[in-house]
Design a protein around this ligand. Structure first.
Ligand SMILES: [Zn+2]
Length: 400
């Protein structure tokens, strides 16, 4: 019985500590009296908790606040550069890493290019080297690292930290943490990349005060992170958000999933580039024809010539936007979100196609949910997954 009570007490202590720490984060300068008032905890309890947070170095005293009669109260704030978290966005061609501190400030970031044939063991070995190197460079002790979040383009088991299946990386049933041997004492969290982006938008981006929203990542693949009532929606098996496989044209191209006309086959940046290559080979009138190596046509080049007024390039982007609009109309009708944020490579050409997407979505969805939704481009963009992954250990610390 005694042991059980101790367990409960410890849980309560940790819970109260997280609540206090989160309030200090959100208020950015708050007194102990205010903490007691907001939480309903006794001033003594708040005193004990804040003393321990001060001693452990999570927070510091920062000036004094307004007096309500008597002494001016000391304000508490998160202590910048006291604790850190690392986020990694793993992709086929690159690994993007972000080091942030407890306040969410980005301390440094690195991108490493990978070849498509980089095997899992090699990729993880390079990741481990890079993390240790980055900490070394910034003179950060491993004990100050709250955790590492890793975002992958695939299905993960967020409970066990296992990557169940990431087809593009060719990872299947992989426990990443067990391979990070030199970081074995650091908590490792694995997350789907679209869900990591949604976490990022919710923590520091456009969806901080929004409980029901969808973040759609558009790059070589298309996926979504869904929040309902302020919480990430994973679905029964953890695979929710595969909007890239919404069929938008039954007679469309074959998809990697075996189906035909999935959104991904008509609007991913890789497929947009493939379409441009095909049209150039067919002799389309476009300044894309001036590119000697047709295979070198990329989304960046298409966007560049479209901005220069090239009609063919603009049409290619607009066609992909129409399919995105069609898929979004289904999402609006099904989920009734208040915000839909489009991110990743999409931000390179968002301004060129956004109105078209909104028009198609509004035309094809029901009036009521359409009136309540805002469709917008992310202002974090390509770094959202790495940042979102870095935020996961912070969320754990703040009890979120
Ligand atoms: Zn598909």
């Amino acid at each position: 019985m005694v042991r059980k009570r101790t367990g409960n007490n410890q849980f309560l202590k940790k819970f109260n500590q997280a609540v206090i720490l989160d309030l200090i984060r959100r208020e950015k300068g708050i007194s102990k009296a205010e903490l007691a008032e907001i939480t309903g905890l006794s001033p003594t309890a708040v005193g004990v908790i804040t003393a321990s947070l001060l001693e452990e170095g999570y927070i510091h005293e920062t000036g004094t606040g307004e007096s309500k009669g008597g002494r001016r109260p000391v304000l508490l704030e998160l202590k910048p550069r006291s604790f850190y978290a690392i986020g990694v966005d793993m992709d086929v061609a690159y690994m993007n890493m972000m080091l942030i501190d407890i306040t969410g400030e980005v301390i440094c970031e690195r991108t490493m290019h990978l070849s498509e044939s980089t095997a899992f063991e090699k990729a993880v070995g390079r990741l481990e080297d890079a993390i240790l190197d980055m900490l070394d460079e910034k003179v950060i002790d491993l004990g100050r690292l709250l955790g590492i979040g890793i975002s992958v383009p695939g299905l993960v088991n967020s409970e066990t930290g296992e990557v169940v299946l990431a087809p593009n990386l060719q990872w299947e049933n992989i426990d990443v943490k067990s391979h990070l041997i030199r970081l074995k004492h650091v908590p490792v969290y694995v997350e789907n990349e679209a869900m990591a982006s949604a976490i990022c938008e919710n923590w520091i981006g456009l969806c901080q005060d929004v409980g029901n929203f969808v973040c759609i990542n558009i790059k070589s693949g298309i996926g979504a992170g869904i929040f309902t009532n302020g919480k990430l929606y994973r679905g029964a098996g953890g695979s929710a958000g595969e909007v890239g496989h919404i069929v938008v044209d039954e007679n469309g191209p074959k998809c990697g999933c075996g189906n035909y006309g999935c959104l991904e086959t008509l609007a991913s940046t890789t497929r947009i580039a493939d379409k441009a290559k095909r049209l150039v080979r067919q002799g389309i009138v476009s300044s894309l024809n001036e590119i000697k190596d047709v295979d070198a046509i990329t989304i960046d080049r298409i966007v560049e010539v479209a901005r220069g007024g090239d009609e063919a390039a603009k049409n290619i982007l607009m066609e992909s936007a129409r399919y995105i609009g069609i898929a979004i109309s289904s999402i609006i009708n099904t989920l009734n979100p208040s915000k839909i944020v489009l991110g990743k490579e999409f931000i390179k050409y968002a301004d060129l196609v956004m109105e078209h997407i909104k028009g198609v979505a509004a035309c094809k969805s029901l009036a009521f949910p359409t009136a309540n939704v805002e469709i917008t481009a992310s202002n974090i963009g390509e770094k959202a997954s790495a940042l979102g992954a870095a935020i996961i250990p912070l969320k754990v610390l703040f009890g979120k």
